[in-house]
Ligand binder design. Structure first.
Ligand SMILES: Cc1ncc(COP(=O)(O)O)c(C=O)c1O
Length: 425
């Protein structure tokens, strides 16, 4: 019996379902990780995988980036948690503000979910209204206001509203189709009590779904006309698609922004930033409450400062290289799938892509759900056997990192070739 299987059998006895986050589970059992470095991750049975899960997008610069480890270890020698303000929090805030022109002020916290929860509370506090509009399939974390027709693990496990979530909360969340501006307009017309609209500017939690031409511009225009704060959830896209996130990529200024993942390349940190008049509502001066013991902890802050400095230094090469690799890879993948006559769609942008087994374009929740997820699972398992680790769900994304080499990508393409054969049969 493999070490992973042995550990999983023990884990199930002490950890619900054996995992600490639902998407980590896959059948028959997930591998247990021993270590990671650069583009690779090793399991406890000493199998090496090329990692395309990359901390669900966090590891833009690859595992164990040496400059980041250096600044973290420097900070470790000075202490791990002070719970008092530090100069490095100012430095990090300035770096974030410098990259995101829509942000006047920023508050640091720990997880993406905490950031979206705070952004929504701020929008409600600012407008004194109740309802939130979210889009089908967008995932904004595991709290009641946004766990309604959400993507990621909740779509994978078929949970559109979680047991234990309060109807009183979720009834204040209005759900609109992604890429459907008429649906948004109709919902705003019908509801005078809208406090905010939250969106993933690139939907990376139903597989990858791109905003259609004008969708984000129209979204910005309509929310502005109706005085509704627009929240860009850039937990995945912040620093990943450009240093200034999807808002830089598309040239749009939201009122509030959330970010996490690539902000620190693998440490626990998130942020909410936005217009001064909204951000200043946060307590203690304002009356919108947000607090956390670990918020702005010096370890994560040092990692985030170092990550942004690296990104700033190499950005001219980094983003164009990843985009080029992604284009070459997805073009080859498309050719292979077409040659094998496998009905498929490939959505890609910047350093992210996903393949869907369907002959219809994937543009929203329903079209993603209608793709053949069983075939995806089959492909996933063959890829794993061939030493390629992608996130184990159709409703996640394949993430490239700066650590991937051309040789890694060629090996990966060979593995996809075999995996697609297994899907065909
Ligand atoms: C777009 C988006 N927002 C929010 C979250 C929640 O972040 P966390 O898992 O850190 O709470 C995620 C997580 O994947 C996400 O993809």
């Amino acid at each position: 019996m493999s070490e992973s299987k042995k550990l999983f059998n023990i884990a199930k006895k002490v950890i619900p379902s054996g995992v600490n986050s639902p998407v980590r589970y896959f059948e028959p059992y997930p591998f247990f990780t021993k270590k990671a470095n650069g583009a690779y991750i090793w399991d406890v049975d000493n199998n090496r995988y090329i990692d395309f899960c990359n901390g669900y997008g966090a590891l833009l610069l690859g595992h164990k980036r040496k400059e980041i480890l250096k600044s973290v270890s420097n900070q470790l020698s000075k202490g791990t948690l002070y719970c008092t303000p530090t100069e490095s929090e100012i430095e990090l805030s300035k770096l974030i503000i410098g990259n995101f022109p829509s942000i006047d002020k920023v508050r640091l916290m720990n997880t993406g979910g905490e950031a979206t929860m705070t952004a929504i509370r701020l929008a409600r506090g600012f407008t004194k209204k109740k309802k939130i509009i979210k889009f089908e399939g967008c995932y904004h974390g595991a709290h009641d206001s946004v766990l309604v027709k959400a993507g990621s693990g909740s779509a994978h496990n078929g949970i559109s509203v979680s047991d234990g979530g309060l109807d009183e909360v979720s009834k204040n969340t209005l759900v609109v189709e992604y890429n459907n501006i008429e649906d948004l307009e109709k919902t705003i017309r019908k509801n005078k009590d809208v406090a905010g609209v939250i969106v993933e500017p690139i939907l990376a939690n139903m597989g990858l779904i791109l905003p259609e031409k004008n969708f984000l511009y129209d979204l910005r225009k309509i929310t502005k006309e109706n005085n509704i704060p627009l929240i860009f959830d850039e937990v995945v896209t912040g620093f990943r698609v450009a240093p200034g996130g999807a808002q830089e990529y598309f040239g749009i200024k939201p009122d509030l922004t959330t970010m996490a993942k690539a902000l620190s390349n693998g440490f626990t940190i998130s942020a909410v930033g936005g217009r001064k008049e909204i951000m200043d509502l946060l307590s203690p001066v304002g009356k919108v409450y947000q607090a956390s013991t670990f918020a702005g902890n010096p370890i994560s802050v040092s990692a985030a400062i170092s990550s942004i400095k690296i990104i700033t230094k190499i950005k001219n090469k980094l983003y164009s290289k990843l985009e080029k690799y992604n284009l070459l890879f997805t073009t080859a993948l498309d050719d292979i799938s077409t040659d094998m006559r496998i009905p498929h769609q490939i959505n890609f942008t910047a350093s992210m892509f996903q393949i869907f087994f369907t002959n219809k374009p994937v543009t929203d929740y329903n079209s993603s759900k209608n793709a053949n997820a069983k075939k995806f699972q089959k492909m996933f398992r063959t890829l794993l056997k061939k030493g390629i680790f992608i996130a184990p769900s159709q409703f996640e994304v394949v993430f490239l990192s700066d650590a991937h080499t051309e040789s890694d990508l060629n090996k990966t393409l060979d593995a996809y070739h075999a995996a697609l054969k297994s899907v065909k049969n």
